[in-house]
Structure formats: structure tokens, C-alpha cells
Design a protein around this ligand. Structure first.
Ligand SMILES: [Zn+2]
Length: 363
């Protein structure tokens, strides 16, 4: 194991290690960076003024690169503005199949349609010619009877505590809405099943309307123009992301004090590169089964700041933390450490009970 990986794995770097971070050659650059950091933090009040006497060697804004370091940071920031970013990992414990994965078994149901390739089902051109395979799959994916997870309710709790600047999701399952997150706090980057539109006359339709047709096994046809097929507002391959995504991402990320990324493999663009849009000293916490979204060697060599940097010796270190495990466990742990553990458990229980009652106590 090389030293880099070993340090990476330790996570809880001691102060001693931090002081040894910079090789002599970059000392001058570092002190310049440090002065700039101090200037910015004072001007922008990114750090509580009581932190000003913190030692010179402290490169990042976290005391330690652990979950506890992040917790301290949240507690010390009176009004921490948090952006959460989420992928399929926050919904897997709800039982939502990962439809992108050919191993999910969903694609077997489509064998009879002879798709040119599995992705064709999410291609607009193919959909316009043959919408049937999509609606067959949609029956399996319909947000019906799925309950939001601990992770979803943790995000809602962040909002209730006044700490959530915005939640960006790659998921189309609408579980954030079911969990009670208000629409204005939500950016559904890849669209949603929540609404739909006629492809011909653009007439809008609701989820309950589409759901009825889809469950009946009927292709939803527009009632206005009586010609167009109604397509749920999920983003197909080659389609533009919602305007709301570009508009709000442009504003939000520069303001964030903390970024929490959960259950995303950070490979789908432009969603993945959102992590680079926060300020240079904004801590980023990844809650995921494995480390993802790292800066690759080439961009590191070229000095580009792209991706997460869990290696504590790098120039932009001292702010990225990876907590490895499943999202629900990570979110519950965060809540526990913030002193909201029981509140989160009670919220999940109450909401799940009320959702069961709504669906007739079946699920
Ligand atoms: Zn129409």
C-alpha cells in the first residue's frame, strides 16, 4: 500500500500530520494561499471570527477530515447553508430498482420489443416511434407504494432546521416530494414522474392522470389534441436538463457553506461536476458505499480543480470527507451526532405510518 492510500484510509489526520503536509518547495505558495484564505474568510465571514487564531498550518476549514470534523463545522456555523446532492443510493432501501443497471432484471421484461439497445428506451427518437417499451418499464418504476428512506427524511430535517439551501437529485422517483420536501427546495436534475406533457401540443398532465393510464396498460394519449403521446417529464438521453437546474445551480453553489453528496456514483454529467461549483474552501462530505468523484491524475497534474480530493496532502485538501457505507446509516449517524437522532427516527416512523394508512394499510 502506498503512503497516499494509507493516509487516505486513516481519515482522522492528527494536527501533526497536517503540519507535515507541505513539502518545502510549495511553502511560499502555501503561505500566499493561506493569506488569501484568511482574507477571504474574514471578508466573507466564512468562518466564525473566534477561529481566527487557529494555527497557520490549518489548510482547510475542517478541524479534522472526519464526520466529527463536519459535525463541528455545522455546529459552529450558526446558519450553515447546506446543499445536498443525491443519486440512486438514497432510494435503493425503498426498493426502487436501479433501472440504469442491466442487471436489475427490468430489461428482461422488454425482450419482446427487440430494442436496438437497452438505452433506446430512454431515447426520444425511439420513444416517438415506439413508446410502448417505455411505458412497460414505467409500470415497474411508477412511484407507487414506495416509501421515502431515512436519507430522504434527513434531508427534510435539514430543511426544517433552516439549514437546507437546496437539494439536487438525480432521481426521478419523486420520493423527495413524498418525504415532504417543498418543491422550491428541490431541483430534480433529471426530471420527474411528477408531471408530464403532450409531445405534440405540450399540454401538461399530472402524475395521477398518467398513473391511471400506465397501470391500465394504455399508452397515455393527450386529451387536448387527441394525437400526441404524454411523456412524463423525465429527461431522456439527448434532452436538455430542466432550465431550473441551470438557473439555480448558477446561484446556489457559490453560496453554499457545506456540500453533502449521497448515494451518487458522480459519473453522469453535468450533475457530477456540480461538486466543483462550490467555493474553494467549502467542505464536501461524501456518503456513499465507495469513494467516487475523485480528481483524476491528469487533472491533478495540470492543476485543474476537478473532483473530490480525499488525499490530505493535495493543494485543495482539508475539506473533503468520505464516509463509506449505506446512505441511511450515514444519515442516521449524522443526525445522531447533531443531536437529532430521535427526532429523525420519530419522523420516519410517523410518516411511514401515515403513508401506510393512505395506501390502505397494505404496505
Ligand atoms: Zn396534445
Amino acid at each position: 500500500m502506498d503512503k497516499e492510500t494509507e493516509e487516505d484510509r486513516k481519515g482522522d489526520n492528527s494536527d501533526e500530520e497536517k503540519q507535515n503536509i507541505s513539502p518545502e518547495s510549495s511553502d511560499i505558495e502555501d503561505s500566499g494561499m493561506e493569506r488569501l484564505r484568511k482574507f477571504l474568510t474574514q471578508k466573507l465571514r466564512l468562518i466564525d471570527s473566534s477561529d481566527d487564531q487557529s494555527d497557520e498550518s490549518q489548510q482547510g476549514t475542517l478541524r479534522e477530515l472526519t464526520l466529527d470534523g463536519v459535525i463541528d463545522y455545522i455546529k459552529e456555523h450558526g446558519n450553515c447553508k447546506i446543499i445536498t446532492m443525491a443519486g440512486a443510493g438514497i432510494s435503493t432501501s425503498a426498493g426502487i430498482p436501479d433501472f440504469r443497471s442491466p442487471s436489475s432484471g427490468l430489461y428482461h421484461k422488454l425482450d419482446k420489443y427487440n430494442l436496438p439497445h437497452p438505452q433506446a428506451i430512454f431515447e426520444l427518437e425511439f420513444f416517438m416511434k415506439n413508446p410502448e417499451p417505455f411505458f412497460t418499464l414505467a409500470r415497474e418504476l411508477l412511484p407507487e407504494g414506495f416509501k421515502p428512506t431515512i436519507s430522504h427524511y434527513f434531508i427534510r430535517l435539514l430543511w426544517e432546521k433552516g439549514l437546507l439551501l437546496r437539494h439536487y437529485t438525480q432521481n426521478i422517483d419523486t420520493l423527495e416530494r413524498v418525504a415532504g420536501l417543498p418543491a422550491d427546495k428541490l431541483v430534480e436534475a433529471h426530471g420527474t414522474f411528477h408531471t408530464g406533457r403532450c409531445l405534440k401540443c405540450r399540454a401538461p398532465y399530472t402524475l395521477p392522470w398518467m398513473k391511471e393510464k400506465i397501470i391500465e396498460g394504455v399508452i397515455p394519449k393527450c386529451e387536448e389534441c387527441e394525437e400526441g403521446v404524454v411523456k412524463p417529464d423525465i429527461v431522456f438521453f439527448g434532452e436538455m436538463l430542466p432550465e431550473r437546474f441551470h438557473l439555480l445551480a448558477g446561484r446556489d453553489f457559490a453560496q453554499a457553506d457545506l456540500l453533502i453528496i449521497m448515494g451518487s456514483s458522480l459519473v453522469v454529467q453535468p450533475f457530477a461536476s456540480l461538486v466543483d461549483r462550490v467555493r474553494n474552501n467549502c467542505p464536501r462530505l461524501l456518503i456513499n458505499n465507495e469513494k467516487v468523484g475523485m480528481q483524476d491524475r491528469l487533472s491533478r497534474f495540470l492543476g485543474l480543480r476537478q473532483g473530490l480530493v480525499f488525499d490530505s496532502r493535495s493543494a485543495h485538501s482539508g475539506r473533503d470527507v468520505a464516509w463509506l457505507g449505506d446512505c441511511d446509516t450515514g444519515c442516521q449517524l449524522l443526525a445522531d451526532k447533531l443531536g437529532w437522532g430521535d427526532e429523525l427516527r420519530a419522523l420516519v416512523q410517523r410518516e411511514h405510518e401515515s403513508l401506510s394508512a393512505e395506501s390502505g394499510g397494505e404496505k
